[in-house]
Design a protein around this ligand. Structure first.
Ligand SMILES: Nc1ncnc2c1ncn2[C@@H]1O[C@H](COP(=O)(O)OP(=O)(O)OP(=O)(O)O)[C@@H](O)[C@H]1O
Ligand SMILES: [Mg+2]
Length: 506
């Protein structure tokens, strides 16, 4: 089993601490409570943690000092601040110092869970070691020994230690994000934060403020100042994913940041120097986007100091058996299946199938096959069924919803289908959950809110459709705490919130 994420909650009000602790535990996190700032700091120094949540006003050491000292000791540990409206400025100051984010009291608990799950994802991205060319017993890795992959490893080695901007290109699901993480982990900035921004997942109107921050009153609704991701990534690395989707206006601003090495918050004049290494990725054909004037040439040349192109899986089919073994092992851990196995003919089929969705699609089909095989070795039938599910699109421009229904009914008339209605609901739900999961970057709290269903339903559906809680869109070894990974399994143990070993009186 993968250990649940560890959270330190620093809060001096025992009632609030107990209530929040309970909510976090119900999500599968392991929670330790400290009631004083200095105790929190001591605990954080000596224990492995994924996230710290802290109140701003604390006895012993203020939340702001806690942030400063933790940043010095553990720069990659995400810290979430809880603050009353009166001290918003202080919280903003803390995000400048590198705190992950802050919440204004009173907040809805789903807001906190939402942030925590993002912070855990970010923490794991930074700290889970990524082996190049293989995977350790409990580690993730970039798998593949094909020539194509070996030359990728060489390129990673060449660029990692430099400060050069790297543009990662390749079809969807080929491993661009994985390579970005590998470059970061082997860079001189590996001890500093790695901040990933999924440009396509953020509405255009919010993206500039996400990247560059905004001043108070910059636009309607901007009640307080906001520190952007570039400022937060100071001295570290920023990963701009889906860079091909940037609007023309954001492209201009990004180009300026890359050229001048300072940011200006939206609605502000101050030039804030930033020292950030930029990694970018896209699956888009930037050359034709440039011809059509949708992507700026100057930005393209700025970004592509070095370009690494990830080959489609079809060009490295010899890596498939090793990838399948790796994904089986991981899926077995997540779904609680002991020593998952696959029959040779099923493996051979996986090697023969086309993989338009590349490694991600292979990973999904392996997971789905494992679910279908119910603990027995995966056979041909399981692979065929899982593959058919993964490939069936509901509606594309040519294949509209109406014609989809007509087709279903035709099949029902011919006696091919006995459950047209159930089939349609299943197809629609798969599409809806897949897209929501991608857009929410796997965040179950958000998916539940958008679709108007409970979090339990979200968990069940993600497993049912073989979707990763976190990686319907990339970040791999990220969020899901234990009970999300295996909703079919036993509920997480609800041990009481662990108090700190040494609490001072008062
Ligand atoms: N060589 C590999 N070894 C192990 N896992 C891989 C490899 N390549 C990709 N994966 C896995 O496949 C999934 C997709 O990879 P990743 O997110 O890096 O792709 P991507 O190129 O960023 O795709 P997209 O363009 O759709 O964002 C992830 O779960 C990743 O861990
Ligand atoms: Mg990606």
């Amino acid at each position: 089993m993968i250990p649940p994420p560890e959270i330190l909650l620093v809060e001096d009000d025992p009632g609030i601490a107990a209530a929040l602790g309970k909510e976090l535990q119900a999500e599968g996190y392991r929670v330790t409570v400290a009631t004083r700032g200095d105790d929190g700091l001591t605990h954080a120094r000596h224990h492995r943690l994924d996230v710290v949540i802290t109140d701003l006003k604390l006895p012993g050491l203020s939340g702001l000092d806690l942030v400063a000292q933790l940043r010095a000791a553990k720069p990659k540990l995400p810290i979430i601040l809880m603050t009353a409206f009166g001290s918003t400025e202080t919280a903003i100051e803390a995000t400048k110092q590198g705190a992950f984010d802050y919440l204004l009291k009173p907040f809805d608990v789903t807001e906190l869970l939402d942030l925590v799950s993002k912070a855990v994802a970010s923490s794991r991205l930074m700290s889970e070691p990524l082996e190049i060319g293989r995977a350790g017993p409990s580690q993730s890795g970039i798998i593949g020994t094909s020539r194509a992959m070996q030359s990728i490893y060489k390129e990673i080695g060449r660029v990692a230690a430099t400060a050069v901007t790297v543009l990662l290109r390749g079809e969807t699901g080929t491993g661009k994000e994985l390579v970005a993480r590998a470059i970061y982990q082997h860079s001189q900035r590996a001890a500093q934060p790695f901040i990933a921004v999924h440009c396509a997942a953020i509405p255009e109107t919010l993206l500039e403020s996400e990247l560059f921050g905004h001043e108070r009153g910059a636009y309607t609704g901007a009640h307080v100042r906001r520190i952007g991701r570039f400022e937060q990534a100071h001295r570290g690395t920023i990963f701009l994913d889906e860079i091909g989707d940037l609007s023309p206006s954001t492209q201009v601003k990004l180009l300026r940041v890359l050229q001048e090495r300072y940011v200006q918050r939206v609605g502000g004049n101050e030039k804030i120097p930033v020292d950030v290494r930029v990694l970018a990725a896209t699956h888009r054909d930037l050359e034709s986007a440039m011809r059509e004037h949708q992507f700026r040439e100057d930005l393209f040349y700025r970004l592509s100091g070095v370009t690494i192109v990830l080959p489609p899986l079809a060009q490295r089919t010899e890596d498939i058996p090793e990838l399948v073994r790796y994904f089986l092992h991981r899926a077995g851990l997540e779904l609680d299946v002991d020593s998952p196995a696959i029959q040779p003919e099923a493996l051979a089929l996986l090697q023969d199938l086309p993989w338009p969705g590349n490694v991600r699609q292979l990973e999904n089909v392996v997971r789905q096959s494992l679910l279908l095989s119910r603990g027995y070795p995966i056979g041909l039938e399981h692979v065929r069924q899982a593959d058919a599910r993964a490939r069936r699109p509901v509606s594309t421009a040519e294949h509209t919803f109406a014609s989809y229904c007509t087709e279903l009914l035709a099949r029902a008339q011919q006696g091919e289908l006995a459950d047209a209605r159930a089939r349609m609901i299943e197809d629609v739900e798969r599409e809806l959950f897949t897209r929501a999961c991608h857009l929410a970057q796997g965040n179950q709290v958000r998916i539940a809110r958008w679709l108007g269903v409970t979090r339990t339903t979200v968990r069940e559906k993600l497993v049912h459709f073989g979707l990763h809680a976190t990686s319907a869109s990339p970040p791999r070894p990220s969020t899901p705490p234990r009970n999300r990974r295996n909703p079919a399994g036993p509920p997480p143990s609800r041990s009481p919130v662990a108090p700190m070993a040494h609490q001072r009186p008062g």
